[in-house]
Design a protein around this ligand. Structure first.
Ligand code: NAP
Length: 290
């Protein structure tokens, strides 16, 4: 018998609701603007996980009426060719958002490619200009995964103001921008990482704990304060005892869900919110044309 106490933060349902709202926005604007919004997802190589992500993004685009201008390039494509494609998409008026699916093959300079994207088409919110806007508290395109986490907290009326948020992981993709977004909403933020001396001591202080690490079962129930909100960004593929492949997060779900008040499932929590925020960023860029 399960003694689960935490309520689930249902990112899948919220993502569907957001997509429904975006579909209506797109329908209303299309007549005025004279074309649908467009998103170009650039994938280089054949990373199987990336292929699944790209397919999901394109499917989600189709659902809300965003045209896909995706390009799949061979693994050995030289840097100049990918850059040239980005410049071409920057100039293409049918394209409102451009995303380079990461990780890229090792011969490519990821940072240089991300910098080549026009900041106003930076659907992933990873261009230094948009990260700069975030740090200054100005409007701009926000990174999708952290924005998805903030939107999920908002939907469940989990006000972060005055709360102690412990963010585990400090990547430029998730941990750092998320810490800034929490700070912007008046949380007191602690950032933990691989060099944090006693992770459990830190996480036990968190009213909100966000794990963005990529290590299955890193955070267990005894590392969580009773009643805390647990947000799991981690996506890890593991083999079960029965030899089946399964996706899990960074929290040990069974023990953490017995002490926390809310928890995101993996899958079905933060993942779908990332896609919803990508579509939202694309529609935001599109709206500038109205
Ligand atoms: P990343 O760039 O590898 O960063 C991982 C972070 O975790 C680093 O800051 C690292 O610290 C820290 N870390 C590693 N081991 C640790 C430990 N034992 N204790 C505490 N901190 C530790 O990864 P990422 O791109 O941020 O992604 C993190 C996870 O989120 C992955 O599982 C990824 O698949 C997932 N993800 C999910 C979504 C989604 O849509 N749900 C989106 C993006 C990423 P150092 O900085 O000290 O090395």
């Amino acid at each position: 018998m399960s003694s689960e106490t935490a309520s689930l933060l249902n990112g899948k349902a919220l993502a569907q609701k957001i997509q429904g709202e975006l579909k209506i926005t797109v329908e209303n604007l299309q007549g005025k603007i004279g074309r649908p919004p467009g998103l170009a997802v650039i994938m280089v190589g054949d990373n199987p996980a990336s292929a699944v992500y790209v397919r999901n993004k394109e499917k989600a685009c189709a659902k809300v009426g965003i045209a896909s201008f995706g390009r799949h390039l061979p693994t050995e494509t030289p840097q100049e060719e990918v850059e040239a494609l980005i410049h071409q998409l920057n100039a293409d008026e049918r394209v409102d958002g451009i995303l380079v699916q990461l990780p890229l093959p090792p011969h490519l300079d990821t940072v240089k490619l991300l910098h080549a994207i026009a900041p106003e088409k930076d659907a992933d919110g990873l261009h230094p200009m948009n990260l700069g806007h975030l740090i200054r508290g100005e409007d701009g395109l926000r990174s999708c995964t952290p924005a998805g986490v903030m939107r999920l907290l908002e939907e469940y009326n989990l006000d972060v103001a005055g709360k102690h948020a412990v963010v585990v992981g400090r990547s430029i993709l998730v941990g750092k921008p998320l810490s800034l977004m929490l700070l912007e909403k008046n949380a007191t933020v602690t950032m933990a990482h691989s060099r944090t001396a006693d992770l459990g001591e830190m996480t036990r202080q968190g009213d909100i704990i966000i794990a963005a690490v990529g290590k299955p079962n890193l955070i267990t129930g005894e590392m969580v304060k009773p009643g805390a909100v647990a947000i799991d960004v981690g996506i890890n593929r593991i083999m079960t005892e029965e030899g089946k492949s399964k996706l899990v997060g960074d929290f040990e779900f069974n023990s953490v869900s017995q002490v926390s008040s809310y928890i995101t499932p993996v899958p079905g929590g933060v993942g779908p919110m990332t896609v919803a925020m990508l579509l939202q960023n694309t529609v935001l860029s599109y709206q500038k044309f109205q």
